[in-house]
Write a protein that binds this ligand. Sequence first.
Ligand code: ADP
Ligand code: ZN
Length: 728
Amino acid sequence: MTPLQALQKYFGYSEFRLQQEDIINNILNKRDVLALMPTGGGKSLCYQLPAVLLDGLTIVISPLIALMKDQVDSLNVAGIPAAFYNSAQSLDEQSQVISKLNNNQIKLLYLAPERLFGTESKLISFLKTLPVVQIAIDEAHCISQWGHDFRPEYLMLAGLKKKFPDVPVIALTATADKLTQKDILDKLALHNPAVFVSSFNRANITYRVLPKRNSFDQLLDFLDNRRDESGIIYCLSRKSTEALAADLKAEGYLAEAYHAGLDNATKACNQEAFLRDDVKIVVATIAFGMGINKSNVRYVVHMDMPKNIEGYYQETGRAGRDGLPSGALLFFSPGDAIKLKEFAKVNDNPEQTQIMLNKLNDMVHYCQLPTCRRKFLLNYFDEQAPDNCGACDVCLSEFTRFDGTLIAQKALSAVSRLNQRFGSGYVIDFLRGSSSEKIREEHKQLKTYGVGADISKADWMRYLRELVALGYLQITEDIYPVLKLTEKSNPVLKGEQKVELIASQIIEEREKIELPFDTALLDLIKNTRRNMAQLENVPAYIIVSDATLVEIATYLPQSLNELRLISGFGDIKLARYGREFLATVNNYCKQHGFVSKMDQKSRKRERKSRVSKSDMPATMRSNDTRLVSFELFRSGKNINEIAAERSLSPTTIEGHLSHFVQTGELDVLALVAEAKIPAIKDAIESYGADRLAPLKEVLSDNYTYGEIKAVVAWMSVESRNKSQDKTK
Ligand code: ADP
Ligand code: ZN
């Protein structure tokens, strides 16, 4: 059997993701491998598939017992014999595993590192009597002190290669910084390893950061239309997880807390309820999640800023493992950053402390970005990315720049008049002429008092942040941060330097699953799945993923042969669960007079050429998102249809298409009615094309941003052509 055949047969997938195939081939050729892939990228498959193909036992080292159970359940459901061996089992269960191992009845054995190399462990000599063909080390970064998640027991794995010199070892991690990477290779003493670094882009996650104000209300806003979806909400302290879970319950949400201080029974119970969708929201400290493979987590919220980008990326990565659109939201307040500084100190280790502080600074920087968040994250992991991802709050906002010199002057002179001794809250109240008693009497006499009353508090907050980001102001790093001037302030105050600010008009959109699927049927097959899961005593997503159900509800397969073409149905799952799903679908279709739409489903093999962004090398990906929209447009879809299909806003799609007007590949008339062009052109010629907002204002509501953008693009072609004519 080839790897590809095994992929279809056991896992029900028709193509490999990222570098899975290469990785697998290396293992099959007995070469050591280090594989770096983002969370949700599909690491498990890289050793599970060789485990199925190879004749013998695969040992999987994994740090958490919870993870083992989940993985073993899903392997068994797919018809692959797997087991774990750990201290949570009874002696009876343990000896059952041993006897199965002796009879070669197990393909994958999951172990914690301390089990393997613990002082009185005889396990290793026992394992040496078995035909071990592969060793997989999951979460391999835990071996590195440079990483953010060092686990001393992982150091025991250093002796592994000596014990099993001829067995290929595959080390896997979602943490990719170079130092950690090198450390893993050194400590594990891998032989001539093949190293694979996949793209870390998680294209289906939309990143958002909101300034923390009244975070509970902000959270309720966010949750309002996500009531039926699963999510993880991270808090910094144990106490706040419990308080927030209680508050959410009071609002009618199915929420539970999870942190390391709870007793084991409560932890297990809350986790289990979450996996089984009986609890929708887990409010947790970072103790929760490593090892949670629940694939239908639709959002991850950080109520407080995480300590570093690595942690943040891993935590947000727990959203959307099934590939469906998902969200990551972070509430940021500069005060949190200061609190975290205290935690970053590592006793008696200035070097380690500095590493932690630098990581913290990167995190703060991320929260205050005026540019694409995804680009920052990918660059952080040494990966190229386009400037605009179309799926982070920055890219989803329509930015227009305007001359903010006057605003800047007001802010800077307020800071100066207040002798650079007050924080942004006070400065804003002062600027707005607040009559509050908090404002000192002598300040109320100053000329600058109240000069910014025409601007809202929220806007002032934004402007101040921007002025800081642009270097015209700075914030001290005290417990009570204070605004101060910089060397760039003076020229602005003297009127020698102009300042551009951003007026943002947020086009909020919610990540939706935009396939035209039948929601009523989806609910029905979810029920079918729930019943099966209860019978098998596993979480529902282990039977098949949400993405698989969405495909069924979209294409309405009517026979086992059609169902086989739905992603996620391997042979065993098809045999075990296929008929029951089909019964539900058949019934529903009969009732409503629907027929199969499988012919609309592009053949699985052909799907590669389409959207699959992450499959392309980073260098090719940069313009790809625009190209995808363009291809869809050329195939006859209109802007709204493309927006729906791609879960992007129509404005974003218009932006994509305008690009091709500019390159000359698309006629402007495809986007704008001919009759509208003269007026837009006129406006552009009078007001310039730098800022769209004033153009939109003079043109009124009959003209969309998209149309204006398209004409701007077209006119730039025209002028380019003209200037070329001139040079001829
Ligand atoms: P990781 O361990 O890297 O965080 P997982 O191994 O849990 O990610 O995989 C995430 C999800 O992607 C799982 O639901 C898995 O079944 C699915 N998956 C893995 N490989 C493929 C593939 N080639 N095609 C489709 N889905 C895949
Ligand atoms: Zn972006």
